[in-house]
Write a protein that binds this ligand. Structure first.
Ligand code: DX5
Ligand code: ZN
Length: 226
């Protein structure tokens, strides 16, 4: 089967109501989310703390699409089995989180998940040149990780470089941070196919008023299709 590089919108629940994740996940999927992006933060690798495996396992019961887990933690390897058990479909580790990204990606796949590798804004695309055959996704951070609602940092050159490096390998390019109807076309034209969006999806809506989520998702999708 050919690799599906069609546009996917992955709302990040970091911008959701932290007291209502189950209904928020149901709402964004009902309103057109292709994936659900789950931001795990340890207050060590990034200066913020969100949730760990028990919470991710609870989210799993509500996710009907793809649970795309973004680990902003260090070290990573000791936690891989816990996220496999929690039901992550994709598990993404930061190349900056430790010295052995090659082994980490092998371990994620060995645990039965798709493997992602994330690059902070200061990290060059070349940092993943030798692991593209071990990855199913490369996540290009367009903010410094740790918070939603930050200003987009232009990484279009890095995205273009990555797209060329990946060639026809079945590897997604995911963009994470500051994605909205203005920035989405830039990164899509540069070669990205998965767009994470937190504040641009959740802004102005609620579980009770989730049509706004649908309008926000559609605005991002329409901005790319033109
Ligand atoms: C930041 C997270 C992002 C963030 C995106 O560290 O990895 O996924 O939630 O939020 P927005 O779209 O508001 O920048
Ligand atoms: Zn993220």
């Amino acid at each position: 089967m050919s690799f599906d590089r069609s546009l996917k919108i992955a709302p990040s629940i970091l911008s959701a109501d932290f007291a209502d994740f189950g209904r928020e996940i149901q709402a964004i999927e009902a309103q057109g989310a292709d994936w659900v992006h789950v931001d795990v933060m340890d207050n060590h690798f990034v200066p913020n703390l969100t949730f760990g495996p028990p919470a991710v396992k609870a989210f799993r019961k509500h996710v009907k699409t793809v649970m795309d887990v973004h680990l902003m933690i260090a070290p990573v390897d000791a936690s891989i089995d816990a996220y496999a058990d929690a039901g992550a479909d994709i598990l993404t580790a930061h190349v900056e989180a430790g010295p052995h990204i090659h082994r980490t990606l092998q371990a994620i796949r060995a645990a039965g998940m798709k493997a992602g590798v994330a690059l902070n804004p200061g990290t060059p695309a070349e940092a993943v040149a030798h692991v593209l055959d071990l990855a199913d996704l490369v996540c290009v951070m367009t903010v410094n990780p740790g918070f939603g609602g930050q200003k987009f940092i232009d990484m279009t050159d890095k995205i273009r470089t990555l797209r060329a490096m990946i060639g026809d390998r079945p590897v997604h390019i995911e963009i994470d941070g500051g994605v909205d109807p203005k920035t989405a076309p830039l990164v899509s034209q540069a070669g990205a196919d998965v767009l994470v969006a937190g504040s641009a999806v959740f802004r102005g809506g609620s579980v009770e008023n989730s049509e706004v989520y649908g309008q926000n998702i559609k605005a991002i999708r329409d901005s790319v299709s033109g």
